[in-house]
Design a protein around this ligand. Structure first.
Ligand code: TXA
Ligand code: MG
Length: 321
């Protein structure tokens, strides 16, 4: 595996050209997006996409997201681009919104796990943008972690998880948003939120009642640390009889009991910062091998709800107390 380091704001095309060439030849390249690092391969090349599933240890029934540039002809990926889809794309692309809609015939079945719909987004991260421009065709890219583990927000996270299973890692520093894109499915004009993220899709006729990450293929253990993980409600203290563990909470969390340690994600009022730090903190705490991790929910709407979805899922929905 080769690591190519680039400036996240002004990546050098001559440096990224090597990564683009590896992709064009059917290889695997991990790269930063504004949300998390993605594990990329040519989306229209079934063999290249197959390598993504192998490297991640991802089951074949969990479809991957296709990355495009907003100005490309979307008929290459979608069967039909409706006015509603155009409006979503115009408002939120490039950016962390993934649109699920009926797929075009050129998208291989392995990308969609045999579904008739495909998930597509146009990332805004300058490195992802330049890589797409250099390759000139859609890139399939799920989060660049081993299946069901915490998503990567640095190149080092990718290297730890995937090592030589990936050909190139493009290191563009830590990802600015830190949690995965919002996923919305478009069905005859009806919008359903499948995964919450930093983009809020609002309006009449938007179904946001779905539970955390109701996208297909997700498991109870998604985003999970290796250590047993349980959740605390906002402001809920650790009950007296558990001898040791780590609370991942906030600056204003109740002080933990003796034998416990509090690791703060920052202020509950700075949800952008909390989202940005979330996965790195989960990974760091987990790497130290604690007996137990307790994650405290933000209890906040909007981005807070998206963060809480991740925390609930990291805990498999189980309360500590
Ligand atoms: O921010 C992101 O979305 C990151 C970056 C790399 O773009 N990608 C990401 O991909 O989070 P991944 O594979 O870790 O999550 C993709 C989610 C999965 O839960 C999958 O089930 C869902 O998208 N998905 C993919 N295709 C779908 C489809 N046709 N219908 C419904 N859900 C789909
Ligand atoms: Mg993922």
């Amino acid at each position: 595996m080769r690591v190519i380091t680039v400036d996240p704001l002004e990546p050098d095309p001559a440096v990224l050209a090597e990564a683009a060439a590896v992709l064009t030849a059917g290889g695997l390249v991990a790269f930063p997006t504004e949300t998390v690092y993605g594990l990329g391969a040519l989306a229209l090349d079934a063999r290249a996409v197959g390598r993504i599933f192998e490297a991640k240890g991802r089951p074949g029934d969990d479809p991957v997201i296709v990355h495009v540039r907003p100005e490309w002809d979307l008929a290459a990926v979608f069967a039909n681009v409706t006015p509603g889809m155009r409006q979503l794309a115009r408002r939120h692309w490039p950016g962390p919104l993934t649109i699920v809609a009926p797929k075009s015939e050129s998208v291989p079945d392995i990308v969609t796990s045999g579904r008739q719909t495909v998930a597509v987004r146009a990332p805004s991260h300058p490195v992802a943008v330049l890589l797409l421009d250099l390759v000139g065709q859609p890139l399939a890219a799920p989060s660049a972690n081993r299946f069901s583990y915490v998503s990567p927000t640095t190149a080092a996270h990718v290297a730890v998880d995937l090592g030589d299973l990936v050909d190139v890692i493009v290191d563009g520093g830590p990802t600015p948003i830190g949690i995965e894109s919002t996923i919305v499915s478009v069905d005859d004009g009806a919008l359903t939120i499948l995964r919450r993220g930093s983009v809020e899709v609002l309006g009449a006729g938007v179904d946001d009642s779905a539970p955390a990450d109701s996208a297909p293929g997700r498991l109870e253990t998604h985003y999970s640390p290796a250590a047993p993980t349980r959740m605390l409600l906002p402001g809920e203290p650790v009950a007296g009889d558990i001898p040791t563990g780590v609370v991942i909470g906030f600056d204003d969390s109740p002080p933990p009991p003796d034998g416990w340690r509090l690791v703060s994600l920052g202020s509950r009022g700075d949800l952008d910062g909390v989202a940005r730090r979330l996965y790195a903190v989960l990974r760091d705490v987990d790497t130290a091998g604690p007996a137990l991790i307790a994650v405290e929910l933000t209890g906040r709407p909007g981005l807070g709800a998206a963060i809480d979805d991740r925390l609930r899922r990291a805990a498999g929905g189980q309360r500590l107390n």
